[in-house]
Every structure is written in C-alpha cells, then in structure tokens.
Design a protein around this ligand. Structure first.
Ligand SMILES: Cc1cc2nc3c(=O)[nH]c(=O)nc-3n(C[C@H](O)[C@H](O)[C@H](O)COP(=O)(O)OP(=O)(O)OC[C@H]3O[C@@H](n4cnc5c(N)ncnc54)[C@H](O)[C@@H]3O)c2cc1C
Length: 391
C-alpha cells in the first residue's frame, strides 16, 4: 500500500484520510495549516440533498446521503444529520426541466418525486405557494452539522492510525522523476507515494509552482440566521428556492439559516471578513419572507462569511493531475462540495489504492475538460447553471 500525504483539514481531506485508512493504507498523514475546519467546511450551510441539474453530482450526493443517514455505523459518532426533507422550488416555466431532473434522479434510485404546489402547502402550511405549480421533494434529505461531520471523519481516521497534524503548512509539492513524491512543509519534508490536494481557496499557491493555472476564483459566501417569529415552531424542510436564488434550513432549536445568490466577487483570502454585511441581512430577510411571510419581522440572530473556490464552470475538479502522476486533487469546490464529501473521499481513496474509483466514474469531474473546450453545461437548468451561491 502507498504512503499518502493529504493537504487540507476540511471535510474532503478528512473523508479521504478516513477512506484510505479504512481501505488498509497504513501510512496516511493529513496536514492542516491552521485548525480543522479553517476553510469552507467550518462555515458550511451543510445542506444534504441529491437534487442537482446533472446526474453526476446527484450520484455523488446520493452515495454520500447513504453515509450521512448511517453515519454511526459507517464512521461512528454523530454528524448532526437531520432528515427534515428537502424541497426544490422552481418558477412555473421550469416545470419541464424539474420533471426531467427528477426522472433522472429516480433512475439513479433517489427517493424523490414531483409534488404539486398544494402538497408543498400541506408539508409547509406557513409557506406562500401561489407563485408555484410544482416542486421536487426528497423526504430522506436534510442537513448536517459541518463541523461535527469533519470532526467525525477525523476521529475515525485517527482511530485507524492516520497522523493528523494541525498548524503545519505545506509549502510545495515535491516531484521525483515527474511524479509526486511528497511535500515540503513548514516542519520539514514528508515523502509519499501519493499526494492529495484538498486545500480549498489556498490551492493556487501549491499549483502555480507546478505550472498549473486552473483559473480558480475565491469567493466570499455569506449566510444569516433568523430567530423564528412568534407562533412559528415548524421544523420546516430544507428549501432551495430557484425563484429567488436562495436556500434555507432550520438552524439550532428555533432558527432558520439562509444563503442567497450574490454573484462572484474576488476576495482577499488572507483577510476574510468573517462577519455578515448589513445589506446582506436585509436581502436575506426579504427573500425568506417572500416564501415564509411570517419572517418579515423576524429577529436577525447572527451570520457569518466563509470562502469557497469557484472553478471556471462552477463544478468541482476531482482528478489525478494528468501532468503529475501521483498527485490527486479535490479543487474548485464551487460552494457545493460538503454534501458530496463522503463519496469524494471514498473515490479518491479507491483511485489511490485500486488504480481507479470503484464507486462511480469520476471522468465528468476531470481537469482536462477545460483544455478540451468542454466545460460543464447542464441540460435542464432553472434559468442559469452559473450559480455562485453556496449550497
Ligand atoms: C457559507 C457557506 C455555505 C455553504 N453551504 C453548503 C451547503 O449547504 N452544502 C454543500 O454541499 N456545500 C456548502 N458549502 C461549500 C462546502 O462547505 C465546501 O465545498 C466544502 O466544505 C469544501 O471542503 P474542502 O475540504 O474541499 O475545503 P476546505 O474546507 O476549504 O478545507 C481546506 C483546508 O485546507 C487548509 N489548507 C490550505 N492550504 C494549505 C496548505 N498549504 N497546507 C496545509 N493546509 C492547507 C485550509 O486551512 C483549510 O482548512 C458552503 C460553503 C460556505 C462558505
């Protein structure tokens, strides 16, 4: 079995470490420059749903949902997964696209169906539905606690012998004979047969010395929390509401967490404003109240900002870098790679130990799609497939 070094203590690095150790790899070292969850993972909205406008991410999400739903048995402990159910809401003109996507998801085995607006109302009596005809419903989906998920992967990996080191920065990927041969770190060199890069928005610093420019763009993504208004006590399902570019889900015992589409804004990744902007809060309140009118005067109870890394087609890049054998990557998370981390880590571990991913074909996520002039385009979108909203 190869010796493996993983760069990045977010959910994808942690999941890869766990799956490698579970597959019997004896020498796995995970390096995190700050603390576990210092990147997107610690700030994630952590929606866990399968509805995508392409079958490839839906499959990754479905395989991952199975892990979230049986977390105690597969990983151990509690990842805070709550199966509130999930609703994908679209404007009436996108009903054919929604039906096509749901049919594709059903063909994958996902428990989902198209429901009428009246059924949305029955599930969520507090919701306004007069602008809807149908929605997609996933009763098995919901959300998790992103930090508990990460810590759970790390605890299980440590039990299986993974060496997890925080406060250790990787400064360079070391090559030998054109292959990845280890990493140089702030605490010396570590040799390895395979290196996994899962460094979130800090990826470009490790890629540039290898002559790789993947046109990745960092983006500050905000979320806000609103206390449930008086009389509201419904632990409502998770919504992704494409009519207004927003998602929301329960947060804590009596709150709702919301994120809204803001467009890509380049940002200083070393000086992140971790708070939430006042105008963003107002925008969130108006979007939330447009679907759940009781929230028009809800009390704002906090919010935060995190960093996500957009790839040129807003889909992740999961690959073995073609020009550097032995260098595996999970890059350009594009704000949507928490829910898929169980399957991503498993596929990368299989690739390293068995020579190819066994769970599913990862070629749609290949790096070379950009050089081939074939960036990702979904067939059945709800107005735009170029979303920057974290979700
Ligand atoms: C506000 C917000 C809401 C979101 N909502 C959702 C959602 O609802 N559903 C969903 O699926 N996704 C969501 N996402 C996206 C999701 O959180 C990310 O896609 C996912 O967490 C990425 O995990 P990662 O492990 O790839 O990277 P990260 O979590 O960013 O981890 C990378 C780690 O690598 C470390 N690192 C970087 N460089 C080095 C180095 N040189 N040496 C050592 N360590 C290094 C960093 O410190 C960091 O801890 C959201 C993101 C945000 C910010």
């Amino acid at each position: 079995m190869p010796d493996v070094v993983i760069v990045g203590g977010g959910v994808n690095g942690a999941s890869t470490a766990f799956h490698l150790a579970k597959a019997g790899v004896r020498s796995v070292t995970l390096l995190e420059r700050r603390q576990l969850g210092a990147g997107a993972s610690g700030k994630s909205g952590a929606l866990v749903r399968c509805h995508y406008t392409n079958p490839h991410e839906a499959r990754l999400a479905f395989e991952s949902l199975k892990v979230f739903r049986s977390w105690g048995d597969i990983v151990g402990g509690d990842c805070g997964f709550e199966a509130t159910g999930f609703l994908q809401v679209v404007a009436p003109q996108y009903e054919p696209q929604l039906r096509a996507n749901v049919a594709a998801h059903q063909a994958l085995g996902i428990n989902t169906r198209v429901i009428a607006a009246s059924e949305v109302k029955a599930l969520v009596p507090e919701a306004r539905v007069d602008d809807l005809t149908v929605a997609a419903h996933e009763p098995d989906s919901g959300f998790a606690d992103p930090n508990a998920t990460l810590y759970g992967f790390i605890a299980a990996a440590r039990r299986l012998g993974v060496d997890v080191r925080t406060g250790v920065e990787t400064t360079r990927v070391v090559l030998a004979g054109g292959r990845a041969a280890g990493v140089e770190t702030s605490q010396g060199r570590i040799e390895a047969d395979a290196v996994v890069l899962a460094p979130g928005v800090w990826a470009s610093r490790l890629l540039a010395p290898l002559g790789l420019d993947l046109a990745l763009v960092p983006h500050r993504a905000q979320v806000a929390v609103f206390r449930w208004p008086a009389g509201f006590s419904h632990r409502h399902p998770v919504f992704i509401d494409a009519t207004m570019g927003a998602w929301f889900r329960p947060e804590g015992a009596a709150g709702t967490l919301i994120g809204v589409e803001m467009g890509i804004t380049g940002t200083d990744i070393d000086h992140l404003d971790e708070g939430v902007d006042p105008d963003y809060v107002a925008l969130c309140r108006s979007k939330l109240a447009a679907r759940l009118p009781a929230f028009a005067e809800a009390t704002m109870r906090g919010g935060w900002a995190g960093l996500i890394m957009m790839s040129p087609d807003e889909r992740p890049i999961i690959d073995q870098i073609p020009s550097v054998p032995g260098l595996f990557c999970m890059l350009g998370d594009s704000g949507t790679s928490f829910k898929t981390s169980p399957a991503i880590g498993r596929c990368l571990a299989e690739w390293i130990t068995a020579g190819a991913p066994q769970l599913m074909d990862l070629s749609p996520f290949r790096l070379s799609r950009f050089a081939e002039g074939r960036p990702w385009r979904d067939a059945h979108t709800y107005g735009s497939d170029r979303l920057t909203i974290s979700r």
